[in-house]
Design a protein around this ligand. Structure first.
Ligand SMILES: C[S@@+](CC[C@H](N)C(=O)[O-])C[C@H]1O[C@@H](n2cnc3c(N)ncnc32)[C@H](O)[C@@H]1O
Length: 213
């Protein structure tokens, strides 16, 4: 582990180039004051993407606790550590919602935290089943502002050597992304499992600076 890696409180479960490209797309969003992430695990993407939001931005992380709320592997503790560091060291306003993203009370908690604001960047990386990704998109996409960036993880094409479980997840995430990407400004990048992006309400062919607000 080199000194740069030691400074990362939690690694993001993606290829570095993929993360960097998504970060560049987040940097181009204006405004970028409200971030919602579904599926945070140990906080890798919260750290990687959250720090590309404006200082003081609200960063909401939804994560489903283990059975009976247990945290056997210490993932929630790590996630809390990332949130603490974002708040203390960087001035962000991280908020962790522990719950099933599909549950009505989780949506209600997120809506309450938004306090009437719309989401500028939404990242969907929770339940990777077809029903799970579909449900997350249907619940949380209406909370995204027009022109806001919606990011789906694991949208790439299967490559040789991938396990059948991973291929199923990629196929599910890609099909949901493709549904929202049709006729909208979109981007699909892949080095490993890939990210699919959609600019909410922005017709295909629009460029930066032409986003609808
Ligand atoms: C692939 S990991 C997320 C990785 C993280 N976004 C990153 O890139 O560093 C998926 C996470 O989603 C969580 N998850 C799965 N189903 C969920 C649900 N229904 N509601 C909330 N979180 C869920 C899992 O517990 C797991 O931590």
């Amino acid at each position: 582990m080199n000194s740069k890696q030691r400074d990362i409180p939690a690694p993001c479960s993606s290829a570095a180039w993929e993360v960097q490209t998504v970060c560049e797309m987040i940097d181009r969003q204006d405004p970028r004051d409200v971030y919602l992430e579904i599926g945070s695990n140990i906080g890798g993407s919260l750290w990687a993407f959250g720090r590309h939001m404006t200082k003081c931005a609200t960063l909401i992380a939804v994560e489903k606790p283990g059975a009976r709320g247990r945290d056997p592997g210490g993932a929630l503790e790590q996630l809390q550590g990332v949130a603490d560091r974002l708040e203390a060291g960087c001035g962000y306003q991280p908020r962790i919602v522990l719950g099933d993203s599909h549950a009505a009370e989780t949506l209600a908690s997120v809506t309450e935290m938004l306090a009437g604001r719309k989401i500028d960047v939404l990242f969907i990386d929770g339940d990777h089943s077809l029903a799970g990704v579909t449900g997350d998109a249907e619940r949380y996409l209406p909370l995204v502002r027009s022109g806001g960036l919606v990011i789906f993880h694991d949208c790439g094409l299967p490559t040789s050597g991938m396990k059948s479980r991973v291929i199923r997840q990629l196929t599910a995430c890609r099909s949901v992304w493709a549904k929202y990407a049709a006729d909208r400004r979109n981007m699909l990048i892949q080095e490993w499992c890939g990210y699919g992006m959609v600019w909410n309400g922005v017709p295909a062919g629009r460029k930066d600076g032409q986003d609808e607000r």
